[in-house]
Design a protein around this ligand. Structure first.
Ligand SMILES: N[C@@H](CCC(=O)N[C@@H](CS)C(=O)NCC(=O)O)C(=O)O
Length: 229
């Protein structure tokens, strides 16, 4: 099994944490995002969305990190409580996964990541969306009363939520107004240091890019405006 990743990509980091937690052996293939290796025709054969990560399970190509997390559990560790079988517990996990993709990381990525790599600004509307998403996550943690995002134990929902939250730490965005998120984040770090190590590596890469944005002026992107020197 191979996983195509980018070192600072939150969706890639989420899948890497899951593979480690599920103890599934695989080969890591680094994709150079700055050089836009994911924009090639060969890459599009694996993932026509031209996004990273992609799982190659013996010729079975799967993109979209949520689908990959679910597939890994269903196929290789069906009894793992990282993806509970009980329909309601599983539904909460699925809900948190979708919430992260569409709403939480969906507001973090444009605010934190896009301006590092492309010609976008961090603006008040983006900040407002980010705070709304943080408020919602805080509310889920409060209403659920659980230690982790979907349950009192770790589930696959925590991985993308953690790897999204590292983007905030990377730009020194304070979580002091969100005490339950702060607590959940630090609980994960202290209870799962071997998984945190994976996300921490990505966080450091983002933090370095935040201070010294990469030069992508030689490349063109089909969607995003490239920063010119
Ligand atoms: N929904 C996808 C999103 C993956 C994603 O956004 N990957 C980024 C890297 S972190 C990417 O490949 N972006 C392509 C681009 O901006 O050109 C997933 O969860 O796998």
């Amino acid at each position: 099994m191979k996983l195509y990743v980018v070192s600072d990509g939150p969706p890639s980091l989420a899948v890497r944490m899951a593979l480690k937690a599920l103890d599934i052996p695989y080969d890591l293939v680094d994709v150079d995002f700055i050089a836009m290796e994911h924009m090639t025709d060969d890459y599009a054969k694996m993932n026509p969305q031209k996004e990273i990560p992609v799982l190659d399970d013996d010729g079975f190509y799967l993109s979209e990190s949520i689908a990959i997390l679910q597939y890994l559990c269903d196929k290789y560790r069906p009894d793992s409580n990282l993806y509970p079988k009980d329909p309601k517990q599983r539904a909460i996990v699925n809900q948190r996964l979708c919430f992260n993709m569409a709403f939480y990381y969906g507001s973090i990525a444009p605010y934190v990541m896009a301006p590092i790599f492309f010609d976008y600004k961090r603006d008040p509307v983006g900040l407002k969306k980010l705070n709304i998403a943080l408020n919602v996550f805080e509310t889920y943690l409060k209403r659920g009363g659980t230690k982790y995002a979907a349950s009192d134990h770790l589930t696959i929902a925590d991985f993308p939520l953690i790897s999204a939250t590292i983007c905030l730490e990377a730009i020194d965005f304070s979580l002091k107004d969100y005490p339950l998120i702060e607590q959940w984040y630090s609980t994960f770090k202290s209870e799962y240091p071997e998984l945190w190590e994976i996300s921490e590596g990505g966080m450091k890469v983002i933090s370095d890019f935040e201070k010294n944005p990469p030069d992508m002026s030689n490349f063109s992107h089909p969607i995003h405006p490239v920063k010119k020197n």
